[in-house]
Unconditional design. Structure first.
Length: 445
């Protein structure tokens, strides 16, 4: 068989068969991450609108919001735990089986959130149940991202478009945000004054339908050629999580730090904005939800473009541009919001995800390319999810605390700028493996 006919050496796949498997992998990873992020981000939308009032009604409104965001943060604590658990199994038994498990865990936890009684029914136990469920949800999501990215990227190993192809699982982030907001907006309209009673629960129940669709898609995919090569060459590590921390600690740490300009501002503009806009700016709930819908659409349209650009100018260059964009935009964002002019508030919210997604597009390939194949699921998952503790999880809480302390948005903009600076420094220290063979052993491990 000629070289032109064989797309995946050693696996006997023709070029057309390889393309078919690549398409299935892209669909499975993109749909799966969309569902997972719908589950995880839905919680964030409802936190700013409902949970402070429903589970902490005895507190001052701003204190109740802080308490609700503290529970929100617990999900981010679970994400590195999930990364370690599922990264281990993803590097030992494969990407496919692990991704099926993460989908089921996250979906079940999301459905359970809709069943939790409020403070009026069982007192503080409602918040306790919510905390446990949120932790389980975070564990499931923690194992999802690494596998989804590898599912797409490791089928794309023989192409020069890894940044573009690995960006499609990233598409699931803003796409999940879009679906979460559509669900909340729809049932906000339908339930009206009953939104705090039952309207907010329905979007959580709908998750079980989406999980069924995702499960059906993932059961039909094939294991990646890179992992199959690792099996054939008998290079499976006994404890891959420990090995990646021993052999590639720099990559794990830098992967976490370079996410600061993407994840921390991303959760401020996508989650904290509900609290800020409704309580400080006096905007209506549905107005903010519609603005965030536009934010999500622009975000998921830009993600694959940013990923494709990274194939042309290099992963690091694209990411540094995005980090600078984030640092500058924070000041513009809050300046527009604080005018309290509805049209300018809408524009600020609608555009606010573009800086973060400039980083988010090339991020998957940038991180995954940094790790050797036999440790890649563990390494990418740990690095990516450790950022949840230092960036995404605390950022809405930090933003709320800064505003409660200084009664000004300027300190929040300074915080966003600091995240951008950290991103530039961390990315500069990471080796750029754009377009290098990701199926080979490298980094001296």
């Amino acid at each position: 068989m000629s070289t032109a006919e064989t797309a995946t050496p050693g696996l006997g796949l023709t070029e057309s068969e390889h393309r078919r498997q690549l398409r299935r992998a892209l669909i499975a990873s993109t749909v799966g991450t969309t569902i997972e992020w719908y589950d995880f981000l839905l919680y964030g939308q409802v936190t700013g609108l409902v949970f402070g009032k429903l589970f902490f009604p005895k507190s001052d409104p701003m204190v109740g919001v802080l308490q609700a965001f503290a529970v929100f943060f617990v999900g981010f604590v679970g994400r590195p735990i999930g990364a370690a658990i599922f990264g281990h199994w993803g590097d030992r038994i494969g990407r496919k089986a692990t991704l099926i498990a993460t989908l089921l865990i996250t979906g079940a936890a999301t459905f359970a959130v809709g069943l939790v009684p409020g403070y009026a029914s069982i007192g503080i136990w409602g918040a306790g149940l919510l905390t446990v469920i949120r932790l389980i949800q975070g564990i499931g999501v923690g194992g999802e991202w690494g596998g989804s990215v590898l599912l797409a990227m490791e089928w794309a190993q023989t192409t020069k478009n890894r940044g573009f192809l690995a960006a499609w699982p990233q598409f699931g982030g803003p796409a999940g945000l879009f679906l979460a907001n559509v669900a909340v907006l729809l049932f906000s309209w339908l339930s009206g004054d009953q939104f705090l009673v039952w309207g907010w629960r329905i979007p959580f129940f709908l998750s079980i339908v989406m999980v069924g669709i995702g499960l059906w898609i993932r059961l039909g995919i094939t294991e990646t050629p890179v992992f199959r090569k690792v099996i054939e060459e008998d290079r499976i590590e006994r404890v891959p999580v420990l090995q990646v921390l021993k052999r590639q600690p720099k990559q794990v740490i830098l992967s976490a730090l370079l996410r600061m300009p993407e994840q921390a501002p991303g959760y401020i503009v996508g989650t904290f904005i509900f609290t800020y806009a409704t309580t400080v700016l006096g905007a209506q709930r549905n107005f903010v939800l519609i603005a965030v819908l536009f934010q999500a659409v622009l975000g998921f349209l830009w993600v694959p473009v940013a990923g494709r650009l990274s194939d042309s100018i290099g992963r690091k260059n694209m990411y540094i541009i995005g980090s600078i964009f984030v640092g500058v935009f924070g000041f513009i964002y809050f300046a527009l919001l604080d005018t309290k002019i509805p049209s300018l508030i809408f524009i600020a919210i609608a555009l606010s995800l573009l800086p973060a997604t400039t980083c988010y597009g090339p991020q998957a390939a940038l991180i995954a390319e940094s790790f050797t194949p036999r440790l890649r699921y563990s390494g990418t998952s740990l690095g990516y999810q450790l950022a949840s503790i230092i960036a995404g999880g605390p950022s809405p809480f930090i933003a709320a605390a800064l505003f409660a302390t200084f009664h000004s948005s300027f300190p929040i903009a300074l915080y966003i700028m600091a995240c951008g600076i950290i991103g530039v420094v961390a990315t500069s220290m990471l080796t750029d493996y754009t377009n290098k063979d990701i199926s080979a052993e490298y980094h001296g491990v």
